[in-house]
Design a protein. Structure first.
Length: 170
């Protein structure tokens, strides 16, 4: 199953949004807002899936990752209910230097920090318990590493934007 945090990202990978697949309500995911799985088809689908690929992981808020774990554990049986993500293989793709999760209010930000350790998926206990293995892709395919655009992107990524990167020729 291929999932993403936004509709555009889901379309780009011919997948579904996390909310759609996991039947999550919009807004902050809490013990009070996540509903029990009552649909037998959803239960069967969540039980049957072996691997879930989550694209654009940098945009997945900590409460959303918690909700995915919650859903998969609820659908699991036996000892798998005690394993991260109900024992399912999760492949998280993305770059935490890119777009961060959307947090719209101070109340949300405070709740995420207090409950999950922060806004980002990697700040959660479930991320740590899952013991993700990291594979870093190092070869740039979109721009030549000699291009000015590549250098600007690299400087932005590392917080080293300089005046030369901002000034437009002419």
């Amino acid at each position: 199953v291929f999932l993403a945090p936004t509709g555009i990202a889901a379309c780009n990978i011919k997948g579904r949004t996390i909310h759609s697949f996991c039947k999550l309500l919009p807004g902050l995911q809490t013990e009070d807002t996540i509903e029990a799985i009552t649909n037998p088809r959803l239960q069967a689908l969540l039980e049957a899936v072996d691997t879930i690929v989550i694209d654009e992981i940098s945009m997945v808020r900590s409460d959303i990752l918690w909700a995915v774990d919650n859903r998969l554990r609820a659908a699991a049986s036996g000892r798998k209910q005690n394993r991260p993500f109900g024992g399912k293989q999760i492949i998280a793709c993305g770059d935490f230097y890119q777009l961060p999760p959307v947090v719209t209010t101070d109340v949300e930000r405070d709740y995420l920090k207090e409950t999950f350790g922060g806004n980002f998926a990697f700040q959660t206990d479930i991320w740590k318990k899952a013991k993700f293995k990291t594979a870093m892709l190092k070869e740039q395919h979109r721009q030549s590493d000699k291009s000015a655009f590549y250098q600007i992107l690299k400087n932005i990524r590392h917080g080293r934007l300089c005046e030369k990167n901002i000034l437009l020729p002419g």
